[in-house]
Design a protein around this ligand. Structure first.
Ligand SMILES: [Zn+2]
Length: 288
């Protein structure tokens, strides 16, 4: 097995054949390898999955057609509204009223929730289609990536960055950029998927379920663990205020049923016992 160095904790890393198999990477247009760090558990795909290989994923269809899990993008956003409102609420509790930046703001739903909580925010979004939709909601949106905002004339007083970090080409560079757009003491909300080790993925594995190859197999570069996130944030001068791998608000809008109750209970328990829910949700503050 070929050994490489973990980009986050510098631990030694090995080929993860099981993750490679589960994403059906043998069918990918490029010969991708999955690496896993023996120290912090981070997995990453190498070479960096070129957005050109999955660019059709984020064209207009992505925002109108069905997504993973059978929900359309608007339905998924609708389902996440209780979470957006809780997050916006917590930014308010930090005293944030303006100068919030939503990195990867999509079609602007979080900015709407922030506004409803009395917080003025802007966004940056790489998809031209999504950026335009968000701008139509009355927000100032830059169509691009975080680096396109640099240097900022006035640092942001809060940053929301949900389901972005797993896509970036270089997590270290991204965290440097994040730090340089933020004021000292500013709160940061980061959320990424808890892929492979989460209880839902483990249950799928036990039942022999394999999703098969699609653009979704190669749209993530990093697959974080709570430990890897902790090390990454710490190394970039962020103090972690709280971290969880289960957010009850994510499925709060779904119809109540025995099955849904069992699913939520399994996620809650997996989070409590082993940090193995389905997302990694982190509140932090810029300290240095
Ligand atoms: Zn590591």
């Amino acid at each position: 097995m070929k050994s490489e160095i973990c980009p986050i904790c510098q631990g030694s890393a090995f080929l993860d054949q099981r993750a490679h198999y589960e994403l059906a990477l043998d069918q990918a247009p490029t010969n991708y390898k999955m690496m896993r760090c023996a120290g912090c558990g981070l997995r990453w795909m190498t070479p960096y999955p070129n957005p050109e290989d999955y660019q059709t994923l984020y064209d207009n269809d992505y925002y109108e057609a069905l997504q993973e899990g059978g929900l359309s993008y608007p339905e998924e956003k609708q389902e996440l509204l209780p979470c957006y409102s809780r997050i916006a609420n917590r930014f308010s509790a930090f005293g944030v009223t303006k100068g919030l930046l939503d990195v990867g703001c999509g079609t602007g739903e979080f900015l709407v929730a922030a506004k409803a909580n009395g917080i003025q925010g802007n966004g940056v979004e790489p998809s031209a289609y999504a950026a335009e939709k968000a701008a139509e909601k009355g927000f100032h949106i830059v169509n691009g990536v975080l680096a396109d905002l640099l240097p900022v004339s006035e640092p942001y007083s809060a940053v929301h960055c949900s389901h972005v970090l797993e896509h970036v080409p270089d997590a270290d560079r991204f965290m440097d950029e994040l730090k340089s757009v933020m004021a000292l003491g500013a709160p940061l909300y980061i959320e990424v998927p808890r892929q492979f080790d989460g209880v839902l993925d483990v249950m799928h594995r036990i039942r022999g379920y394999r999703r098969g190859y699609s653009d979704y197999s190669i749209h993530h570069h990093y697959f974080f663990t709570p430990k890897a996130i902790k090390i990454l944030l710490g190394a970039h001068g962020f103090e972690i205020l709280s971290m969880t791998t289960y957010l009850p608000c994510r499925r709060a809008m779904r119809k109540r049923s025995v099955r849904m109750f069992a699913l939520q209970s399994a996620l809650w328990l997996a989070d409590r016992l082993a940090g193995r829910g389905d997302v990694i949700s982190v509140w932090a503050r810029r300290r240095a």
